[in-house]
Design a protein around this ligand. Sequence first.
Ligand SMILES: *Cc1c(COP(=O)(O)O)cnc(C)c1O
Length: 376
Amino acid sequence: MIPFNRPPYTGNEDQFVTAAMRSAKMSGDGDFTIRCQTWFEAKLSCKKALLTPSCTQALEMAALLVGIEPGDEVIMPSYTFVSTANAFVLRGAKIVFVDVRPDTMNIDESLIEAAITAKTKVIVPVHYAGVACEMDVIMDIAARHKLYVIEDAAQGMMSTYKGRPLGTIGHFGAYSFHETKNYTSGGEGGLLLINEETFVSRAEIIREKGTNRSQFWRGMVDKYTWVDIGSSYLPSELQAAYLYGQLTVADEINVDRLNTWNEYYKAFGDLSAKIELPFVPQGCQHNAHMFYLKLDGLESRTKFIAGLKESNVMSVFHYVPLHSSPCGKVFGRMHASDKFTTRESEKLVRLPIWYGMQNKEREQVIQSVLTVLDRI
Ligand SMILES: *Cc1c(COP(=O)(O)O)cnc(C)c1O
């Protein structure tokens, strides 16, 4: 049986997790958290990187930091994970969903401007499959309308847009280290990137339950106290240690995934009459987070997934568009028309890909896909 995903594990994690277990401090902001954050700040050249227990929580922190108030509007694609929307809905925002581009499944940047109203506060581009949104256009719109940009880069670690790491282009970027992503901090984890100095000290306070404990540890204040709203957005040192083990071989993980992705692309390249393959625009370097195919509609996709399952290959589809979900109807609205979101989402199927995938596993997937496509 070929599973859809295996959580990344390199063997490097053990020594660091053991060290964290034996250290005198396992709670947040210990040695491994600092080591990871320093690694990200250097690798991504961002102002501040703060580990969080999940990407969901990194997005929640960003929503707090930009000061979302009830009635504010937030623009995002409907084709995304619920957390992209929930983080803002929790603060009382209304979500304005914008259609996706069928080639990348990213928000259609040409439709954003018309969705802006006097209440709009934030644009949230989601870099689907680790392939960048058209950030130059989005940043230009945001600057002209004085909006914040919070990049949902959950899937985008190691990807770049015109040479710039995803998550470092907007005001904030959020990454995920869930076990289905390219790097994991032991199943769950996340990271908030803060790209403007002005937000850093408040971010540390919000993350520490609304206290100035970080300043206290640095000797900047002589006692710590409740100074703002906040929550607990600190991961355990065990999570950070696990992640650190993967960061020490970050490039190896990336290259391995890209190899599998390229093998798939080569094997399916000639089938363009039957399926659509992922598209990576010029100037975007992707991270092989996902390999998807698009069939010609829901019916073929259902048959395709069932056919693969019969040959012991697990494949999955993705997001039911948020604007047609029960909660999305209450907290959001679709701007203009849903020309591509629903139609394209019903075509898409994700193939197994993970770090350390064996040649024979890859071959089994390729052969099964070719056989099943022949039949449907
Ligand atoms: C995985 C994912 C999230 C949520 O990440 P968690 O770490 O599980 O909270 C948010 N947005 C997108 C686009 C994702 O793919």
